[in-house]
Design a protein around this ligand. Structure first.
Ligand code: DGT
Ligand code: CA
Ligand code: CA
Ligand code: ZN
Length: 580
C-alpha cells in the first residue's frame, strides 16, 4: 500500500476511535501519525527497509508496526476489526458534512440513533436541536446533508460509468447477430454525472443478447426482463438498460435514447413542422395511423442522415441539450469542437514535492508517453499544509530543479515551473511577489474558508485575479461532484474579472470536479474567456483525466483556439509573456 492510502487508513482509525469514545491520547497518536506521514519528505519504502520508521518524530511505537504491515500486505487486521465493531449506520453518518466521530458518538449516546434514517427522524422531531452543542442550525445542516446524500446516491461520475460501459459495449459488438451497438443517454452526451447506462443494439434476434447482458460480471440484480428490453443493477448501484431493435430502427432509437429530452422535443417539433412525426421507431408522414409501422423516408440508417433529412448538420451528442444546437445546425454554425488529439500538454499537476505521487522525471516521462510537448507542474503552496504545500524556499529549489531538468536534455518534454497558490481568505496570495515572479505561470485556488458569504468569496477571488502574477484560476467553485456543493460565489462577476485581466479559468478535469461547469463556458468563451484543460494530476496516471476535461470543453461548445493547452510551446510562452 502506498503512503497516501496508509494516511487514509490512519485517519480512518482516528475517527473510528473517536466514535467509540476511546482515550484521547490514543486518538491523537493516529491523527498525528497520519499528518507526519503525509508531510514527510523521506521515502517510506526506504525508511522501512532501513528499519528507521520508529526514529521519525510523531510516529509512535504502536503505529510503526501498523504502518509496516499496511505497507507490505496492504491490510491491517486491527483496522478491519475496528470497522466491524462499529454499527454500519454510524459509519454512514460520518459521510454527512459536519459530522465527525465525536458528534456521531454524541448523537448515538444521547438519542440512541444508529442509522441515517434514525438521525433524520431525530432532526425532524427536534431531538437534535435540543442537544447541547448542536442547535437549530446544525439540525438543519444535517437534514440538508442527508437530502444531498440521497440525491448523490442516485448518480455516478461519468468516468466511473464509462469504465463500466466500455467492456459491455465491446462485448455486445462481438456477439453473433449484433449488427450495431452503441451506448446512448447521458453517458454519450458526456454529462458530468450519469443516472443510468442506456445500450442500444441492432439485431434480428434479441433473446441471446439479453441472456448475455443479464449475466455480465458485476450484475447484482435483473430489474426488468422483456422481449426487447432488459435492465440490470450492478454491485456499485449503477443501473443499465439494454434495448434491442431491428436494424432499420437503429438510428432512430439511438437518437431518441441519446436525448436529451429537451433536444428530442425540439427536434420532434421541427419534424412535425415538416409534416412528419418522429419517434424512437422512425419517421412517419403525418396523417397516417399513429400505430402504423413507420415507413422510413428512403432508408435513414445513421443519425447524420436523420439530421440531414430535417435540414440540419449532424449535431454531436454532447451538444444535444436543447440549448440552441438545432438553430446552429440549421445555420451551419455548429462549433468545430476541440478534441483530445489537439492537446499538447497540461498545466495543473502535482509532484512528490507536495501531495503528488510522481517525481518531476516520472511526470515528464508520462507526459511524453501521452505525446505531449510540455508539462506544467503546479504543486500546492504552504497554506495547504495538509498537502505539504511549498514555501518560498522549497518552491525556488523546485524551480532550479526544473530548470536543470530542462537543460539536461533527457526529455523532449519541456517542463514549465508553476504553482497552485492558495488564495487566502482576504484574497491575498500565499507566496511573496518575488517568488511568484520567478515562475513561468501560477494557478490560484481557494482551499480554505469555504463558508464565506457570496460577497466575500467573490471579492476574494477577484482580488486574486487582479494580481499580476495570476495566470489561471483553479477549480473556481470548489465543488466535488456527488459529495460537496460549490461554495457561494458570483461566477459571472468572476468571469468578467478574468476576461478583463486576461486571466484563464481552468476546466479542472478531475472527474470528481469538472469545474468550471460546462453550462457556463459557451457564453464566457464568446465573450473572450480563455480556457485551460487541467487534469490536476496527483500521479502519472492522473494525467489521463485531461480527457474528462476535453469532454467538458466540448460540452461547453469550445473550439481549439479557446483552449490554451492546444497551443505549441512557443504559443504558450507568448501567452505567459503577454500576461506579465
Ligand atoms: P440520466 O440517465 O438521468 O443520466 O439521463 P439520460 O439522459 O440518460 O436519461 P434516461 O436514461 O432516463 O433516458 C435516456 C434518453 O431517452 C433521454 O435522454 C431522452 C430519452 N427519453 C427518456 N424518456 C423520455 C421522455 O419521456 N420523453 C422524451 N422526449 N425523451 C425521453
Ligand atoms: Ca441514462
Ligand atoms: Ca435509462
Ligand atoms: Zn486545488
Amino acid at each position: 500500500m502506498n503512503k497516501a492510502d496508509i494516511v487514509d487508513v490512519l485517519e480512518d482509525i482516528a475517527v473510528l476511535l473517536e466514535l467509540k469514545g476511546e482515550n484521547p491520547f490514543k486518538i491523537r497518536a493516529y491523527a498525528t501519525g497520519a499528518r507526519v506521514l503525509e508531510t514527510m519528505e523521506a521515502d517510506l519504502s526506504e525508511l522501512i527497509e532501513a528499519d528507521k520508521l520508529s526514529g521519525v518524530k510523531g510516529i509512535g511505537s504502536a503505529l510503526v508496526e501498523k504502518i509496516e504491515t499496511l505497507h507490505t500486505t496492504g491490510e491491517l487486521p486491527y483496522y478491519a476489526e475496528l470497522r466491524a465493531s462499529v454499527a454500519p449506520g454510524l459509519i454512514e453518518m460520518l459521510e454527512i458534512p459536519g459530522l465527525g466521530g465525536k458528534k456521531v458518538k454524541k448523537l448515538h449516546d444521547a438519542l440512541g440513533v444508529d442509522t441515517v434514517d434514525g438521525l433524520k427522524a431525530a432532526c425532524e422531531s427536534g431531538g437534535v436541536e435540543a442537544l447541547k452543542g448542536f442547535g437549530k442550525k446544525s439540525a438543519e445542516k444535517i437534514l440538508t446533508g442527508i437530502a444531498n446524500r440521497a440525491a448523490y446516491a442516485q448518480r455516478h461520475h461519468w468516468w466511473t460509468a464509462a469504465e463500466v460501459a466500455a467492456p459491455i459495449l465491446e462485448g455486445l459488438r462481438e456477439l453473433p447477430g449484433v449488427e450495431r451497438a452503441e451506448v446512448a443517454g447521458s453517458l454519450r452526451r458526456l454529462k458530468e454525472t450519469v443516472g443510468d447506462l442506456d445500450f442500444i443494439v441492432a439485431s434480428a434476434e434479441p433473446q441471446p443478447i439479453m441472456d448475455w447482458f443479464v449475466t455480465q460480471p458485476g450484475v447484482q440484480e435483473v430489474t426488468a426482463r422483456g422481449q426487447t428490453k432488459s435492465s440490470v443493477r450492478f454491485d456499485t448501484g449503477l443501473q443499465a438498460d439494454l434495448r434491442v431493435v431491428p436494424a432499420p430502427q437503429f438510428a432512430f432509437a439511438l437518437h431518441h435514447f441519446t436525448g436529451s429530452k429537451e433536444h428530442n422535443v425540439a427536434l420532434r417539433q421541427r419534424a412535425l413542422a415538416r409534416g412528419y412525426s418522429l419517434s424512437e421507431w422512425g419517421l412517419a408522414e403525418k396523417g397516417e395511423g399513429a400505430d402504423r409501422e413507420a415507413e422510413q423516408p428512403d432508408a435513414i440508417s445513421t443519425e447524420a442522415e436523420l439530421f440531414a433529412f430535417l435540414g440540419l448538420a449532424e449535431i454531436p451528442p454532447e451538444l444535444r441539450e436543447g440549448l440552441g444546437e438545432i438553430e446552429a445546425a440549421e445555420a451551419q454554425t455548429l462549433p468545430n469542437l476541440v478534441s483530445s488529439a489537439a492537446i499538447r500538454g497540461v498545466f495543473h499537476n502535482h509532484t512528490t514535492a507536495s501531495d503528488g505521487r510522481g517525481t518531476i522525471e516520472e511526470m515528464a516521462a508520462a507526459a511524453q508517453a501521452l505525446g505531449w510537448e510540455y508539462l506544467g507542474l503546479a504543486d500546492h503552496s504552504k497554506a495547504s499544509y495538509q498537502a505539504n504545500g511549498l514555501d518560498e524556499a522549497r518552491l525556488l529549489k523546485q524551480v532550479a530543479q526544473i530548470r536543470a531538468f530542462n537543460q539536461s536534455g533527457v526529455s523532449p518534454v519541456h517542463v514549465f515551473s508553476g504553482i497552485e497558490c492558495d488564495i487566502l481568505p482576504d484574497g491575498s496570495l500565499d507566496l511573496d511577489d518575488d517568488t511568484l515572479k520567478a515562475l513561468d505561470y501560477a494557478v490560484m485556488s481557494v482551499h480554505s474558508s469555504f463558508s464565506q458569504s457570496e460577497e466575500e468569496m467573490t471579492a476574494r477571488v477577484i482580488r486574486a485575479i487582479e494580481h499580476p502574477a495570476t495566470t489561471m484560476l483553479g477549480h473556481p467553485t470548489g465543488r466535488i461532484l456527488l459529495r460537496r456543493e460549490p461554495y457561494k460565489i458570483n461566477l459571472q462577476k468572476v468571469i468578467d474579472a478574468a476576461i478583463a485581466n486576461r486571466v484563464i479559468i481552468e476546466i479542472n478535469a478531475n472527474p470528481h470536479r469538472l469545474d468550471m461547469d460546462w453550462r457556463l463556458w459557451r457564453r464566457a468563451a464568446e465573450r473572450g474567456l480563455m480556457c485551460s484543460i487541467n487534469p490536476d494530476a496527483h500521479s502519472t496516471s492522473g494525467l489521463s483525466y485531461f480527457d474528462a476535461g476535453v469532454n467538458v470543453a466540448r460540452k461547453g461548445w469550445l473550439e481549439q483556439e479557446q483552449v490554451l493547452n492546444t497551443r505549441d510551446c512557443e504559443g504558450v510562452l507568448q501567452w505567459f509573456a503577454q500576461r506579465r
